[in-house]
Design a protein around this ligand. Sequence first.
Ligand SMILES: C[S@@+](CC[C@H](N)C(=O)[O-])C[C@H]1O[C@@H](n2cnc3c(N)ncnc32)[C@H](O)[C@@H]1O
Length: 222
Amino acid sequence: MTRPDKRAVARSLAQKAWAENRPLEWFEELYQQAKQNGASIPWGDLVPNPNLVALYAKCQNIPLGRRALKIGCGLGDDAEWMADQGFDTTAFDIAPTAIERCRERFPHSTVHYFEADLFSSPDEWNGSFDWALESYTLQVLPPAMRHEAIQRISAYVRPGGYLLLIARGRSEDDPEGTMPWPLLRSELNAFADYGLRPVIFEDVLDQQESPTRRFRICYRKT
Ligand SMILES: C[S@@+](CC[C@H](N)C(=O)[O-])C[C@H]1O[C@@H](n2cnc3c(N)ncnc32)[C@H](O)[C@@H]1O
């Protein structure tokens, strides 16, 4: 099965879930379906995201050995990479089957994997991470949910800590597109409302798949 086919399955599950006003349920449905029929997950590359590796290399001020958080961890490759860099890493995903697969794939992992929803995650996580990684979750949330997501993502980072964000990007005059929606720099400016200011902002053409515009951002919390 090719990548466009895998995206089509995800989009059709998503469209049904949105129409039925249960916008977050399709993630688990997709992981379940993949588990049953052996299909792969559209974003499941089974290697750490090269954009993460490239961006992290430029964020020299993140103190090693501290607490890191992966938001929407999917199949776990980025979280494992973060742990391999020496961080005490927590990772969560809303889909129980994704978390089950992380635990199966990495049975000796030091990562603390949790099934949790960004919109109702444990209060004690707030302000307790030296850095957090958000990659490709905001862009699969319907636009109306993104502002609250930004607020909640921001809350995880302690003052002085960092947020690394990787997402599809577009300009104001580009079409909105379809899920995964490219994000506007202006909507990401909402992170500033919660004390996160960009110290690195990259606008790159990712050649990994078909050429895809991405924003790679390192924010620091005041
Ligand atoms: C597009 S995937 C990206 C996964 C991973 N970050 C990667 O780059 O491979 C988005 C992930 O976020 C998870 N997710 C979506 N909404 C979430 C929420 N409200 N809370 C936690 N995880 C969520 C999905 O289940 C999915 O695994």
